[in-house]
Ligand binder design. Structure first.
Ligand code: FRU
Length: 511
């Protein structure tokens, strides 16, 4: 690797490095089918056909299960199945056969899975602990006939660690009370009352139900009609705790479509209290887990103890069915560890890429103290070759831009605008954008941190970028479709921006 500094005219300092040897060519044997244009190399995507929400995420017997909304016959949404993959490290994934197929009760919509350690359901046999999946069945025939109660909740169980599933003969277990939107059950164990709690999206709010056996459910309460954002329908909720210092804080998440902060789909959350019956929020306004346009329907894995790991669908219903990929559609975000920070009197969720990702770290470049003086323009330039992780730290944040570009002049610009106190991602000129009118835009996330010190992690893949700023307080995810891979990276600031450290990793393909 060659690194050289050059001082140019007009006080421009250019720090260049040539990183053609950062990735050893041919080092990673890629599965043939994972080499198509725009194919994510470090994100989960199905081999082929349509995928949306992550479902049934549960950790059991050293494996992370990822089920997902899947339509095996088309690259456009259709009768939903649960696709299935597992991972031992949250990074590399093994594909498995479809876990749940539609039946006479309807398509298999989104839902969750739990480990029924105490065999409350009675599905366990010969001491084998059952995994139980709880999901919505969407009866499209009933919908077409003009009925309202076409979404009901069903369950299925597995006695072979999640590999095969048997639907319960008494389905549906929770019948529709006359609501068009009655879906996406997320179930957790509430130890204080020894009951299961189901958090269900019911049109413009959440309804909580409880059960002793996962089969018979009682309504407990409703939340949200007067709280949060209501630009669209609420979907895919989650309820869990995060620790702040020694306190247990409850978090309620609800995806919203449309009505997100940067248009279309996004996920809002509330912090508050929960007593097994009712959720009481600490705040009335809306907080977003990720301000970017491409993180939707995300929820956390169950059975991970105090650790809460979140994964979202990396797309947006505004254009998901039209994005320019041919063989498959959509990928998931990278898994993220959730935490809490308090700013003034308010709790905020922080998201960070899971540390397990370091297993795909390849060549690393680390630079210390990239500085300018007298308001010169700082520039740092490097070559990009495939997926990468870039981390910057500074003692004092200033406006800057980071541009990823290719030989034909397409680019993604990420940056911070001090006057607006926003981070932004500009994909106006990022390549193929015409499939959707609003796709070519600049999207922003407010800087929530009130500190001078700053850190930024960017996770860059062939067709996406994920931004985590200030310890994961400000987060944005965006997809893009350049004509050829971005091959150059360029950091600029006109504001005396001192970068304390810059770490750049090439990442090995997970496939
Ligand atoms: C969210 C969603 C869910 C539903 C599923 C159908 O993206 O609309 O509410 O269960 O997708 O595929």
């Amino acid at each position: 690797m060659k690194i050289f500094y050059s001082h140019l005219r007009y006080g421009i300092i250019i720090l260049c490095f040539v990183s053609c040897d950062i990735v050893k060519k041919g080092q990673q044997t890629k599965a043939k089918e994972y080499n198509e244009p725009h194919r994510p190399q470090i994100h989960f995507s199905p081999v082929q056909k349509w995928m949306n929400d992550p479902n049934g995420m549960v950790f059991y017997n050293h494996q992370y299960h990822l089920f997902y909304q899947y339509y095996p016959d088309s690259t456009i949404w259709g009768p939903m199945h649960w696709g299935h993959a597992t991972s031992k490290d949250l990074v590399h994934w093994t594909h498995h056969p479809i876990a749940l197929y539609p039946d006479s009760l309807g398509y298999i919509f989104s839902g969750s899975a739990v480990v029924d350690f105490n065999n409350t359901s009675g599905f366990g046999k010969d001491g084998k602990i059952p995994l139980v999946a709880i999901f919505t069945q969407h009866n499209s025939k009933a919908q077409k006939e003009g009925k309202i109660d076409f979404q009901n909740q069903s369950i299925a169980y597995s006695l072979d660690d999640g590999m095969t599933w048997t639907k319960y003969s008494g389905n549906p277990v929770l019948k529709n009370p006359g609501l068009r939107d009655f879906r996406d059950p997320k179930v957790m164990w509430y130890d204080e009352t020894k009951k299961w709690i189901m958090t269900l999206a019911t049109h413009d709010h959440i309804t909580f139900f409880s059960s002793k056996d996962l089969k018979s459910w009682t309504k407990e309460s409703e939340f949200g009609k007067e709280f949060g954002a209501h630009g669209g329908v609420w979907e895919c909720p989650d309820l869990f705790t995060l620790n702040y210092m020694d306190q247990k804080i409850w978090v309620l998440m609800a995806s919203l479509n449309p009505g997100g902060p940067n248009k279309g789909s996004a996920t809002q959350y509330f912090t508050g209290k929960f007593d097994g019956k009712e959720f009481i929020p600490f705040q009335t306004d809306t907080q977003w887990i990720d301000y970017g346009p491409d993180d939707y329907a995300g929820v956390t894995w169950s059975n991970t103890g105090n650790r809460k790991i979140f994964l979202g669908w990396m797309s947006n219903w505004q254009y998901a069915t039209r994005v320019p990929t041919e063989k498959w559609r959509s990928a998931m975000t990278i898994p993220r560890d959730l935490g809490l920070e308090k700013i003034e009197d308010k709790y905020f969720i922080t998201s960070q890429p899971v540390p397990e990702m370091s297993v795909i770290d390849d060549k690393r470049l680390e630079l210390k103290k990239i500085a300018t003086s007298n308001n010169e323009i700082t520039k740092w330039m490097g070559n990009l070759s495939g997926p990468a992780r870039l981390r910057l730290t500074s003692d004092k944040i200033e406006s800057f831009t980071i541009t990823l570009s290719n030989a034909v002049g397409e680019q993604i610009v990420v940056g911070y605008d001090k006057a607006a106190n926003n981070y932004f991602i500009d994909r106006r000129n990022s390549g193929k954008v015409s499939f959707e009118k609003g796709f070519a835009g600049i999207h922003t996330v407010p800087r929530l941190s009130n500190k001078d010190v700053f850190d930024l992690t960017l996770i860059i893949d062939n067709a996406s970028i994920e931004l985590f700023a200030d310890n994961g307080l400000s987060v944005m995810t965006e997809v893009f479709f350049p004509g050829s891979l971005f091959s150059a990276i360029n950091i600029q600031s006109t504001n005396n921006f001192r970068i304390n450290s810059l770490t750049y990793y090439n990442l090995k393909s997970i496939w």
